[in-house]
Design a protein around this ligand. Structure first.
Ligand code: IPM
Ligand code: MG
Length: 368
């Protein structure tokens, strides 16, 4: 049997630096565990635009469709701010999500014990936090038509459309209920049913799917604004949160910050099973390309490394290896190893991106 295949798309800003650390982890699994992947690499975002004049070449799209999992770094940067909207770096990522039909975006927010003091919230509010945001990723206002900037009378009008079909809502709801069964068995669905018809439909469909297929899971509903408030007030009330594309974008950034640093949060974007039974999948850190610190060895590679742990778990059914990698990260943080985003303690000097990767590799070796 051939090895499972990975396509690495480092992208822009700190993307290449953090993905270089993921490569160290992949190498460790090959040399120390005999778990080998066929790895290829290609361009996305501004890096692709610079070479091909498009943020995602068709050939790259084809490769992404063919591999078992895509690992992405980050896209975007000020250099591309003035580009036409259709070729902005972000369009490359959005095309991958849409064409691979990666409808369920899993964004866990877990607070490592060693970092409970880093949150801007009080320690007892975040210590032990473990929630999962399931964000719908292929529809809603990100993709709805009509969209654009139009002339109306003597002024311009900007239009985006929030649009959801019943089947789009039902399938992401199922993902959330399935995950909840393996965790705390609770789902909170968030929308704005008080002001949006798409929110009313969202609430209806989630309720129907729950009653018909998942009555054993505890379901609650919240308006997304109240949900944002509750996330900051007492986040541990949540287990799985399911929400639409735009609310999920906002709520997951807020949830990420509860854990101390955006540099810690991984994500998995999953679609329907392929012929080999594995889901279409793309793994990426929640953080962006951080152009202000790019190329300086300051970036925290943990979000990308934990995204690879999610790949081990969700694409390759290697839960025990994912646990091993997550424990290694936890161990390194417990030892007080900190990148520059995690400073604040007395007398701690930050390590570089590469040193953090090396420390995690050393912990992995110590786990054998
Ligand atoms: C995210 C990012 C993206 C989004 C951008 C880079 C297009 O913010 O993954 O959360 O808005 O979805
Ligand atoms: Mg975002």
């Amino acid at each position: 049997m051939s090895n499972p295949s990975l396509l690495i798309l480092p992208g822009d800003g700190i993307g290449p630096e953090v993905m270089a650390e993921v490569r160290k982890i992949i190498d460790w699994y090959r040399t120390s565990r005999g778990i080998a992947f066929d790895v290829s690499e290609d361009l996305v975002g501004g890096a692709a635009y610079d070479v091909h004049g498009t943020p995602l070449a068709d050939a790259t799209m084809d490769k992404a469709q063919a591999v078992d999992a895509v690992l992405l770094g980050a896209v975007g940067g000020p250099k591309y701010d003035d580009l036409d909207f259709s070729v902005k770096p972000e369009r490359g990522l959005l095309r991958l999500r849409k064409e691979m039909d990666l409808f369920a975006n899993l964004r866990p927010a877990q607070c490592f014990d060693a970092l409970a003091d880093f949150s801007s919230l009080k320690k007892d509010v975040v210590a032990g936090l473990d929630i999962m945001i399931v964000r719908e990723l292929t529809s809603g206002i990100y993709y709805g038509e009509p969209r654009g900037i139009f002339e109306e009378g003597n002024e311009r009008v900007g239009i985006n459309t929030q649009r959801y079909t019943e089947s789009e809502i039902a399938r992401v709801a199922r993902s959330a209920f399935e995950l909840a069964r393996k965790r705390g068995n609770k789902v909170c669905s968030m929308e704005k049913a008080n002001v949006m018809e798409s929110g009313i439909l969202w609430r209806d469909v989630v309720t129907e799917v729950h009653a018909a297929e998942y009555p054993d899971v505890e379901l609650s509903h919240m308006y997304a604004d109240a949900g944002a408030m509750q996330l900051c007030r007492w986040p541990k009330q949540f287990d799985v949160i399911v929400t639409d594309n735009l609310f999920g974008d906002l709520l997951s950034d807020a949830a990420a910050m509860l854990t101390g640093s955006l540099g810690m949060l991984p994500s998995a974007s999953l679609g329907s099973p392929m012929a080999n039974g594995r889901p279409k999948a793309l793994y990426e850190p929640v953080h962006g390309s951080a152009p202000d610190i790019a190329g300086q060895g300051k970036a925290n590679p943990i979000a990308s490394i934990l995204s690879f742990a999610m790949a081990l778990r969700y694409s390759f059914d290697m839960g025990a290896e994912a646990d091993r990698l997550e424990k290694a990260v936890e161990g390194v943080l417990g030892d007080g190893v900190r990148t520059a985003d995690l400073l604040g303690e007395e007398g701690v000097t930050p390590v570089s991106t590469g040193e953090m990767g090396d420390a995690i590799v050393a912990k992995l070796s110590a786990s054998l």
